[in-house]
Design a protein around this ligand. Structure first.
Ligand code: SF4
Length: 196
């Protein structure tokens, strides 16, 4: 995939951008860049698929929400790794959260924030990115948690904007541009399908 348009638009919005053909190349790059730091991540299938936790913890202090690390410890690290639920070719970044920990992690003001993005997350525009986040990423996540919601009952067909007590979609965050408080934010684009 040609990331040229997306890269230009992200750069205009204040992000550093790096592009890789494979997840292995991206993981090797991140493993080299992040050294001797405290690092954390929310629940990200992309981070898992890159195998970053095992790599980084050999030479960093890595904390992971999924491994039960304390919420405040996860927020207090130098570096935060997040995937996205949708990204618009026009440069907007969209994430949906149930707990709030992942959205908080991307807003909190870590010294360095990485968004790690497989090509399957890219939509034409912001509406498309939100649609993707709501109708593809969220139902797949709901299926992973096996919650009692109509999206799971339908086999992940789409979002039904449910009122279920087990609804996992509680907040939606759009980065129109890079927020002023998180100056060093890098989007790592990977030419493979990764995560949801
Ligand atoms: S709002 Fe409900 S139906 Fe829609 S994706 Fe979230 S959990 Fe599924």
């Amino acid at each position: 995939m040609d990331f040229e348009v997306l890269t230009k638009n992200l750069e205009k919005k204040g992000y550093k951008v790096s592009c890789f053909a494979t997840k292995e190349e991206a993981a090797a790059y991140l493993n080299k860049e992040i050294d001797g730091m405290t690092v954390s991540s929310g629940g990200s299938m992309t981070v898992k698929e890159l195998g970053l936790a095992d790599m980084l913890r050999t030479h960093n202090d890595f904390k992971w929400h999924w491994e039960g690390d304390d919420r405040m410890d996860v927020l207090a690290t130098d570096v935060y790794l997040s995937s996205v639920n949708g990204i618009a070719e026009t440069g907007e970044i969209v994430n949906i959260d149930g707990m709030g920990n992942r959205l908080a992690g991307t807003l909190f003001g870590h010294k360095k924030l990485y968004f790690i993005v497989g090509k399957n997350k890219i939509a034409k525009d912001l509406d498309g990115a939100i649609r993707r986040a709501r109708n593809i990423a969220a139902p797949k996540n709901a299926m992973r948690f096996n919650v009692k919601t109509p999206c799971v009952a339908s086999g992940g067909e789409k979002c039904f904007d449910c009122k279920s007590p087990e609804r996992i979609c509680k907040a939606l965050l759009v980065f129109w541009e890079r927020p002023n408080g998180i100056k060093d934010t890098e989007v790592v684009l990977i030419d493979e399908d990764l995560g949801y």
